[in-house]
Design a protein around this ligand. Structure first.
Ligand code: FE
Ligand code: CA
Length: 448
């Protein structure tokens, strides 16, 4: 794009053919923001479909479908949403995004790793169906080009055009397993924050975020609360920007004392208090927390006795998890459902006040989505699954295939269909339901 301001017109219609235009207007695409535009259209009717498109010069965009949320507190019979993440361009085709598009969800939650920052190198796991362009991303231009490459994928375009996205990032939008201002390479924090600022700006430019998320230096406020009638109270969390550095040098650890240090945080003090306030006022049927890394305990004692717990997950921030679960219990926030991604495997797990005691109280359920493509085709179950399942009876479902979760919320239940594809190295594979778990309202825990 030339470094000049481009005038952009937008239209929002009540029908797919734009016969009935609800709203139109003009905005400007500035080079300072990578020629992105962020239009916030107010005053639309609640709980209905709209279609939108853009025009710049002689170019007209494809048409996107949006769906407004039902009015806060209004009676809602049913909401369907997808939970997905970890779309690695090199490691697999984005067929799962196509299947998401075909389901025309009310909204799509993305739990992060929308891009991977790595250089073109044939895939981190030795799997490569296509190549990243360029080196590892460091500068604003690097990250913009990476988003441009990903967003050229027709399956990803179809997913965005099918439904609104509720996005949040994990680590790879910046750098693998970074924590706050600490990267994996020992870079001085003040230097890493320059890279983080570039990555956050590119994220803001390329994601459907409101002006309230406009980056301020190296910071961007991503946590927010969305309500869907009287059915869902959704808190979107950011477990990267404000967390303490991983304990004991990261990786898988056994007996890491620092993981038990209550001074360490996953959300940062301000976001944690914000969330705890949300929980006290949650009154919809389902209290949903959308975040990145799994919060349940995953004990790998049998497969890895010296590396039982992953320090990058809530297992490395045990007192922070205890505070969260205690808060869920004390506020009686209705029917808690925690969403997560990151690990490239599907899990459905009961949340226990004490994971070492199967008889301890179940305070909610967690649904962890596998990847769209990271890790390649995968396998029916992970190599260590047979060893893990005995020590983790709270894990109720697992798959090591690629895919997404299709969630159906009603006043009676939250149903999770774990969708899987048998291959992402070949195009156009069908999706199937690998397993289904249901939470009945008023009854903590997952039913098969
Ligand atoms: Fe990932
Ligand atoms: Ca991740």
């Amino acid at each position: 794009m030339p470094p000049v301001r481009i005038d952009v017109e937008y239209e929002v219609a009540r029908d797919r053919l734009f016969r009935n235009i609800e709203r139109k207007g003009a905005t400007a695409a500035h080079p300072e923001l990578g020629h992105s535009v962020h239009v916030e259209v107010e005053g639309l009717e609640s709980g209905r479909d709209y279609w939108y498109r853009f025009r710049a010069g002689d170019e007209i965009s494809q048409t996107g479908r949006a769906r407004t949320a039902p009015a806060t507190g209004s009676t809602v019979d049913r909401v369907r949403f997808a939970v997905c993440g970890c779309s690695h361009y090199e490691e697999g085709l984005f067929t799962a995004y196509r299947r998401i598009a075909e389901e025309a969800f009310d909204f799509v939650i993305h739990t992060g790793d929308y891009i991977y920052e790595y250089r073109a190198d044939g895939g981190q796991d030795g799997i490569s169906v296509r190549q990243h362009r360029g080196n590892e991303s460091y500068t604003l231009v690097d990250y913009r080009n990476r988003y441009a490459q990903y967003k050229s994928d027709a399956n990803l375009i179809a997913a965005h055009a099918s439904a609104p996205f509720v996005v949040s990032w994990d680590d790879h939008e910046v750098e693998n397993n970074y924590a706050g201002d600490i990267d994996e390479k020992g870079t001085p924090p003040e230097l890493f924050l320059l890279r983080r600022a570039a990555a956050y700006q590119a994220y803001y430019e390329h994601m459907p975020l409101r002006a309230s998320a406009f980056p301020a230096g190296s910071q961007l406020r991503l946590h927010r609360r969305l309500r869907f009638g009287n059915l869902i109270d959704l808190s979107v969390l950011d477990t990267r920007q404000w967390r303490s550095d991983q304990a004991c040098g990261d990786g898988n650890r056994t007996d890491c004392a620092a993981a038990l240090d209550p001074a360490r945080t996953m959300l940062g003090a301000e976001q944690e208090q914000w969330l705890f306030d949300n929980l006290a006022t949650a009154s919809a049927r389902w209290t949903v927390l959308s975040q990145q890394v799994y919060s349940f305990a995953r004990d790998m004692r049998a497969s890895d006795p010296t590396g039982r717990f992953s320090m990058d997950k809530w297992d490395g921030y045990v007192p922070a998890r205890d505070r969260l679960y205690s808060r869920l219990r004390e506020t009686r926030a209705p029917n808690p459902i925690v969403l997560s991604g990151d690990v490239h495997q599907h899990f459905g797990a009961d949340l226990k006040l004490d994971f070492s005691n199967p008889k301890s109280e179940t305070i909610g359920a967690e649904l962890t989505n596998t990847s769209i493509s990271a890790g390649g085709d995968g396998s029916d179950v992970a190599l260590n699954w047979d060893q893990i399942k005995g020590d983790n009876p709270h894990i109720r479902y697992h798959s090591n295939r690629r895919g997404y979760i299709a969630c159906t919320a009603t006043p009676e239940s939250m149903r999770a269909d774990f969708k899987v594809l048998d291959a992402v190295t070949r195009p156009d594979q069908p999706v199937r339901v690998g397993g289904t778990l249901v939470v009945e309202a008023g009854k903590a825990g997952l039913q098969t």
